[in-house]
Design a protein around this ligand. Sequence first.
Ligand code: ZN
Length: 52
Amino acid sequence: MPKTLEVVCTDDGCELDMFELHYTYDMPDSVGVTDFSCPYCGETAPLEEIEL
Ligand SMILES: [Zn+2]
């Protein structure tokens, strides 16, 4: 299975709790949570990867 990234948005003003990013096998290993932004508030800084 390709990697799945679970991300939480910690922005106090954002009503999104968490979301999942589903990669294909071609996603480079160098891509991480800092390469994405929250789909609700649009910020990158409050995003944190959840380690399962
Ligand atoms: Zn957010």
